[in-house]
Design a protein around this ligand. Structure first.
Ligand SMILES: Cc1cc2nc3c(=O)[nH]c(=O)nc-3n(C[C@H](O)[C@H](O)[C@H](O)COP(=O)(O)OP(=O)(O)OC[C@H]3O[C@@H](n4cnc5c(N)ncnc54)[C@H](O)[C@@H]3O)c2cc1C
Length: 397
């Protein structure tokens, strides 16, 4: 059987696109599947957010996985008595609990769990009017439309010095990581962004001694890119720029990488002023593993003895998809910009049968492409393309 739609990746993006196709584009459940290796959809989202201990999203309440903008607020209204702090200022940011319950409701309403194939796609090849997708388990699926929704969360970034002693140098976003210290320890947390800040505060709350190492001073920004990028002015300037290297430069400049919102900045500064936290700005120069811990020398000469290192250094910036996407580009001659990312049309089509979302769509959608807002924009573009295609067929018929 050939499916109508197959989505590779069951994260924020894959799930939202599935919801939009089923709810708004008239795609039937029998004709759509989502491939993702996780035990359940959104598994990486849930584990990464849970690891940090964050209580509220960084983004506002209109950014959620439902189809219409007010869906999360309406959903919250029904839970007002049993869920405290459902939204917090500024910008009415929803609590993780509320956001995730809303995701559960969408999954349940659309029966998405039954459409989830628990496997990893390992090879894609284009045919005349379909795409064959081979799974790690050996099965082959055929689909008329493929959506590539692999995010970056499968590729945590480890600095080169941290590639040794995996038992005592762990990345908090490593799939399956749950090895938090249970008795008081001295922990070095590496990273200068929101995840590192959350991890530091979590460890302090659990009475550990914490050294926070960042390459740069604390940078404060409410969002991870200027909110102007959510509006038409910035977005249309981006789209009017034909030079893709210039677009890449605009994305890089717009992103507030390694930044924390004001509430976390205040919490870190409070801990510093009370001498609860030790802050070090710089790079690790040397690491010496010893039988009872790690000895670390920073570039400025500071020496630290710690029980373990927790990396909160985010994800690699490489194009997601690894060799599967490398081979697809080669076999289907798919166009890529100098930075290696897809060149797609306004419907986010990389090939007549292949759409992209998330990081893979960022040269078309701009700096918010990876976020929940980006998933919503991708949903708009893909649904419009399906509707336009259906109405052209009706007119022609
Ligand atoms: C801690 C944290 C907090 C965040 N908070 C916010 C926020 O408040 N607001 C906001 O807008 N954004 C936020 N983000 C950014 C972004 O929205 C999330 O990273 C989001 O999870 C990205 O979704 P995704 O679907 O692109 O990727 P992912 O969550 O990475 O999901 C992709 C899925 O695809 C699967 N996959 C990969 N390759 C294959 C393959 N070959 N075959 C099958 N499946 C595959 C992966 O296993 C994964 O399950 C946050 C990110 C993090 C890490």
């Amino acid at each position: 059987m050939t499916l109508d739609w197959l989505i590779i990746g069951g994260g924020i993006h894959g799930v939202h696109i599935a919801a939009r196709l089923l709810d708004e584009a008239g795609v039937s459940r029998e004709q759509l599947r989502i491939v993702d290796p996780g035990p359940r959809l959104l598994d990486r989202w849930r584990s990464c957010t849970e690891t940090t201990g964050m209580t509220h999203l960084r983004s506002p309440s209109v950014h959620h996985l439902g189809t219409d903008h007010g869906a999360l607020r309406r959903f919250a209204g029904k839970r007002k008595n049993r869920m405290p702090r459902r939204f917090v200022p500024p910008f009415e940011r929803p609590s993780i609990g509320l956001f995730n319950e809303h995701c559960d409701q969408i999954e349940k309403k659309l029966g998405l769990a039954e459409l989830h194939i628990r496997d990893r796609a390992v090879r894609c090849s284009t045919g005349c009017d379909d795409v064959a997708v081979e799974l790690a388990g050996g099965e082959e699926l055929r689909t008329r439309h493929l959506v590539l929704a692999m995010g970056c969360s499968d590729q945590p970034y480890r600095p080169a010095w941290a590639s040794v002693d995996a038992a005592r140098i762990q990345h908090v976003f490593e799939p399956g990581f749950n090895d938090w210290p249970t008795s008081p320890e001295t922990v070095m947390v590496v990273g200068g962004g929101i995840s590192a800040a959350h991890v530091v505060l979590r460890l302090l709350a659990e009475d550990h001694e914490v050294h926070h190492v960042s390459r740069h001073p604390i940078r404060q920004h409410q969002f991870d890119s200027d909110p102007g990028w959510l509006g038409v002015t910035y977005a249309s300037r981006f789209i009017r720029t034909d030079d893709l290297e210039e677009r890449r430069a605009m994305i890089t400049e717009a992103r507030h990488k390694g930044s924390v919102p004001p509430d976390l900045n205040r919490a870190l500064r409070r801990a510093l002023s009370r001498n609860q936290l030790q802050w070090h700005e710089g790079e690790v120069a040397e690491l010496d593993t010893q039988h009872d811990g790690l000895r670390i020398t920073l570039e400025n000469g500071t020496e630290l003895s710690v029980d373990r290192v927790l990396l909160a250094t985010g994800f690699k910036t490489d194009r997601p998809g690894g060799t599967m996407i490398d081979e697809l580009i080669e076999s289907a001659s798919l166009p890529c910009a100098q930075c290696g990312y897809p060149i797609v049309d306004s419907a986010l089509r990389w090939h007549p049968q292949i759409h992209v979302t998330g990081p893979l769509a960022e040269l078309e959608l701009g700096p918010v492409s990876r976020n929940i807002a980006g998933a919503r924009w991708a949903g708009d573009r893909i649904v419009d393309a399906v509707r336009c295609h259906s109405s052209n067929r009706t007119t022609a018929g």
